[in-house]
Design a protein around this ligand. Structure first.
Ligand code: SF4
Length: 354
């Protein structure tokens, strides 16, 4: 069952409620370098990112938000640690959301100043707890557990609620997949604020993508999560691609053509791996509600992929093109890519894009 959370606006993007699960990422440029940051934001947006977070380590970075905002049209989240003055400056400069933990910014007055300034501008605040930054008393009493992560998040949330601020998003991230899943489970039973889901410090691109897919995927499969961020040590564009794949795998969102290919085996008699890559790359630029299959052999391929709308299957020095499991033509191996694309383009013209 999908958890129905409170609806929250982040600039032009709505999350929670029945809205699609939004993809976010974070720039790794120096936010004060407006040129580089803007360039990276455009790349992330082109890849499919819908909300972008930028680090705000000082006042200069907070000031840069207004200049960046003039050049991009995507909600910007200001990531702030400890200093409430940076939060105020980020809001003055047009941040669409703050990521700040109220328990870390000092007195109730400071929390109140930030919450009031955010409320005036209809800017939400994300409470983001992670296993590396638990409060000392929770850490001493319980260690890093799902309960302590949840309790830490709820403490920050209650601080905001106490001053009548309810425009809240919550994250409880850990680099431990099982811990993260259990923490989101507990948190979802406590509150209906939207959940920002991620596995923190997941690792480099390949290992981190797998860890994130397992963790985020498990949490989403429980019906939890309103926005996701995949955290990878690498180009943040990879985070966006991975996030899209996770959402598409669970049929929570659809991004372009769905591509499937067989693992190849001793029956494969054509050079399938480069062909599959070539077709996958081609399909990644197409937005159509079509499933494309690349299969290694004629005997099993069309049957194994009969739910695909269109596909190729290899034979000896040749292959076939099939539609819905039925072979429609035989072509030489070197023509397989061209002929499949021709048929695919025709199919796209006839397929409504939803
Ligand atoms: S489709 Fe054919 S080549 Fe591919 S794994 Fe199945 S049997 Fe092997």
């Amino acid at each position: 069952m999908i958890r129905k959370s409170k609806e929250i606006r982040i600039g032009t993007v709505m999350i929670g409620g029945t809205n699609p699960i939004a993809i976010q990422s974070m720039t790794n440029t120096d936010t004060r370098d407006v040129e580089s940051t803007t360039r990276q934001i455009h790349k992330l947006q082109d890849a499919g990112c819908e909300i972008i977070r930028v680090a705000i380590p000082d006042q200069e970075a907070a000031q840069a938000i207004s200049e960046i905002k003039k050049r991009v049209n995507i909600p910007l989240v200001a990531d702030i640690h400890f200093d409430y003055r940076l939060a105020l400056a980020a809001l003055e400069n047009g941040a669409d959301k703050l990521r700040i933990n109220p328990g870390n910014i000092g007195s109730r007055e400071k929390v109140k100043a930030v919450a009031l300034a955010a409320k005036e501008r209809n800017v939400p605040i994300r409470v983001g707890v992670n296993s590396g930054s638990l409060e000392k008393d929770l850490y001493i009493a319980h260690g890093v557990t799902p309960e302590s992560l949840m309790e830490s998040a709820m403490r920050h949330v209650r601080m905001l609620e106490d001053i009548d601020f309810n425009d809240i998003v919550i994250a409880v991230k850990s680099s431990n997949v099982k811990l993260s899943i259990a923490a989101y489970d507990l948190l979802s039973a406590q509150t209906n604020y939207p959940l920002h889901v991620g596995i923190t410090e997941a690792g480099t691109v390949k290992a981190g993508a797998i860890k994130s897919a397992v963790g985020i995927g498990a949490i989403l499969s429980r019906g939890l999560g309103d926005t996701i961020r995949v955290s990878l040590t690498g180009d943040p564009v990879e985070e966006v691609i991975c996030a899209k794949m996770i959402l598409q795998s669970l049929e929570l969102r659809r991004f372009g053509v769905e591509f499937v290919s067989c693992p190849t085996c001793g029956r494969t008699e054509i050079d399938l791996i480069p062909l599959a890559k070539q077709i996958e790359d081609y399909c990644s630029n197409i937005d159509a509600n079509i499933k494309v299959a690349v299969m290694g052999c004629i005997v099993n391929g069309p049957g194994e992929a009969k739910d695909a709308d269109i596909g190729v299957a290899g034979g000896k020095g040749a292959g076939v093109i099939f539609k819905k499991g039925k072979v429609i033509k035989t072509v030489k191996e070197y023509d397989l890519f061209t002929m499949l694309i021709k048929e695919l383009e025709e199919m796209i013209k006839e397929t409504p894009s939803e």
